[in-house]
Ligand binder design. Structure first.
Ligand code: ZN
Length: 657
């Protein structure tokens, strides 16, 4: 389990009042402190420190920030150095993450090996040796454009043609073996894994080649063969055509899964672009995890036979494993963003006409295929029908069938969805709904008893290391969402600057991200972590991982979030000016200046509210209301020790010494 990051620990341990008190003589002003600004010349204090927010703000020259910013501005150092100084002061151990670069390089080399193999196989398809393969692809109705777009190729029927060709490009036999393209001989040396096969390059979501599928011609066994697993390729977690289908899946809100490469290619050629294929394996939880980030609905296009039913029900077990793992962000009353895990991935089954596979249906009528997908039934409904059909008319067997369905229903995290399926079961089984509801209640209670109170006892016995917090501040949430879809973030980037991030650590991370986000290739989560080192890398890794349970963000959402982020900053400043206005001893020119600034800020907020996405939606209203009371450091303490909230600020002498 992760431990609170050094950034968090420093914020927790270093008192801003003590730190600033070393340089500035602070006077108490209500709950806050004021003093002569160290950043500009003045005779009456307009530099304020707000202990509740762990921030300082000068109303004369507008310098502001937190513990990190203070060290950066007074010592003239960058964030990394401020972090090191404060870590030393707070007794926090800093770790580094240097192993990463080496690992990245190794993976990059494997991508290169695969890309070189793609080029070689592609070139072989159009030689006399590849003629039978090309003929086969023609017969299956694939156009040259499709063959080229999907980089199909031919691996010659030879033991070493790929090894020999890639050796000329400087790739070693070991590298090919590691990439899953060559097999080690028992005696010595290696031989080509793909021999006499049509090759289908498999990419990751970002378009890097990670492996191949190979189809034998004629009676070759096995009919399909994949690259062996490698550091960049795992059969159970890759999906064919995902890189090409990704945008369409997002747009349509549906991912269609077919069984074979040829099915997927036929669909894409017919303009049905939201289609991917599993690589000859049943769907895994990893597959669903990838897809749930792109769309809320997954449709399995399966054969209309017993094998299709069995495949659907096997998938149901995997779907069940995701129950309670799909989240929705919600704001709590204190202005923190949390995840609520009660969403369910909507997995449906499309039934193809008997004896037809998707390839046949699509080639004959793409419209029919689209219609079948639209009419796909929820996977739980498939279970209900399959169980009842198996039970027949026998009353005992029907009772068992109902139990089998309710056993799945009881795990649904959303009670409304659970109730809908209970009603459907009542209707299909011609059973009284109330009877089923009681039975469901019993099953749930029995399941809870089996789980029992054991975890609480265990927890008490062995104190776990302090877990990373399970909430984010709003500006951390914005970064989580940007990381979830850096491609969609592009249009909002020109409008977002590091200054939009109030807290120094949030700003330092964004500083490092900005050039990467503006680069030609949208970066992945790993890239966003790799540009940082030390504790900030840990922190960024946590921010990137935090959003993994959420679907990827869309541009519209990001535009609204950035607008809200800006409004939050304006409102924060408004709140601070209002705090200061309660202080009676201000010079007249300061009163005027702040009045003007207040007007300017309010005008800005009104303007932003009129923009698309500028109206606050419900959860974010909560964030704004509470953010005024929120400081980056004390929130951790507050959560564990609610009583700390009411502690009075330290007496003046102590703070000013
Ligand atoms: Zn100042």
């Amino acid at each position: 389990m992760a431990i609170a990051s050094p950034v968090e620990q420093i914020k927790e341990r270093v008192s801003l009042i003590d730190l600033i008190g070393q340089r500035v003589r602070l006077l108490k002003s209500g709950r806050n402190f004021k003093g002569l600004c160290p950043f500009h010349n003045e005779k009456t204090p307009s530099f304020y420190v707000f202990p509740d927010r762990d921030g300082y703000h000068c109303f004369g020259c507008s310098q502001h920030g937190d513990v990190f910013t203070w060290v950066m501005q007074t010592e003239h150092v960058d964030f990394g150095e401020a972090l090191r100084q404060l870590a030393e002061r707070a007794g926090v151990q800093l770790t580094s993450r240097q192993a990463r670069g080496v690992e990245d390089e190794r993976r990059g080399r494997l991508h290169e090996v695969n890309a070189a193999a793609v080029r070689y196989f592609q070139s072989m398809l159009f030689t006399p040796q590849g003629a039978p393969a090309l003929r086969y692809l023609d017969e299956r109705g694939l156009t040259r454009a499709t063959i080229e777009a999907f980089q199909l190729g031919w691996a010659p029927d030879s033991w070493d043609s790929l090894l020999t060709r890639l050796a000329q490009d400087g790739y070693t036999q070991d590298e090919l073996a590691t990439a899953g393209l060559a097999v080690e001989r028992e005696t010595e040396g290696h031989y080509d894994r793909f021999r006499g096969r049509i090759t289908f390059p498999i990419h990751d979501a970002r378009g890097e080649t990670i492996g191949f599928g190979g189809r034998g011609l004629g009676d070759a066994q096995p009919k399909y063969l994949n690259s062996s697993d490698s550091p960049i390729f795992t059969k159970g977690s890759a999906l064919y055509a995902l890189d090409v289908a990704r945008a369409a899946i997002r747009k349509e809100g549906v991912a269609i899964i077919v069984e074979g490469y040829m099915d997927a290619l036929a669909a894409h050629q017919a303009g049905i672009a939201n289609v991917v294929a599993a690589l000859g394996t049943a769907l895994t939880e990893e597959h669903l995890n990838m897809l749930k980030r792109l769309a809320p609905r997954v449709v399995l296009a399966l054969d209309a036979d017993a094998a299709g039913d069995a495949a659907a029900l096997r998938t149901l077990e995997v779907v069940r494993a995701t129950y309670g793992k799909i989240a929705l962000p919600v704001a709590d009353r204190r202005g923190l963003v949390r995840l609520r895990y009660d969403q369910v991935l909507d997995v449906r089954v499309a039934r193809l006409p008997v004896g037809k596979d998707p390839d046949d249906v699509i080639r004959k009528s793409p419209e029919l295929f689209r219609q079948l997908v639209t009419e796909a039934r929820p996977i739980l409904e498939v279970l209900i029908d399959a169980e009842l059909a198996r039970a027949g008319a026998d009353p005992i067997a029907r009772g068992q069938a109902a139990d089998a369905v309710l056993d799945v229903v009881k795990d649904l995290p959303n009670p409304v969805v659970a109730d809908q399926f209970t009603r459907l079961l009542a209707e299909r089984a011609a059973v009284d709904y109330e009877a089923l509801r009681l039975r469901l209640h019993d099953l749930r209670r029995a399941a809870r008893r089996r789980v029992g109170p054991a975890p609480a006892v265990r927890e008490a016995a062995t104190p776990e290391p302090e877990p990373m917090r399970d909430w984010l501040t709003f500006e951390e949430f914005v970064k989580t969402r940007i990381a979830s879809n850096t491609e969609a973030a592009r249009p909002v980037l020109h409008d977002l600057s590091p200054d939009d991030f109030y807290r120094a650590d949030a700003r330092a991370i964004f500083d490092a991200w900005q050039p990467l986000l503006a680069g030609s290739e949208p970066p992945g989560g790993d890239d966003l972590v790799a540009v940082l080192d030390g504790p900030l890398a840990e922190h960024a890794a946590w921010i990137v991982a935090w959003g993994a349970a959420l679907p990827a963000a869309e541009t519209d959402e990001l535009v609204a979030l950035v607008t809200h982020l800006r409004m939050l900053n304006y409102r924060r400043e408004i709140a601070m000016i209002e705090l200061r206005q309660r202080d009676g001893e201000r010079p007249v020119d300061a009163v005027e200046r702040e009045g003007a600034r207040l007007l300017e800020l309010i005008t800005q907020v009104r303007h932003l509210e009129r923009l698309p996405g500028g109206r606050l939606t419900r959860p974010w209203r909560e964030v704004f209301r509470a953010e005024a009371r929120l400081g980056p450091l004390r929130t951790v303490a507050r959560e564990r020790r609610p009583a700390a909230l009411d502690q009075p600020p330290p007496p003046l002498e102590e703070a000013a010494s």
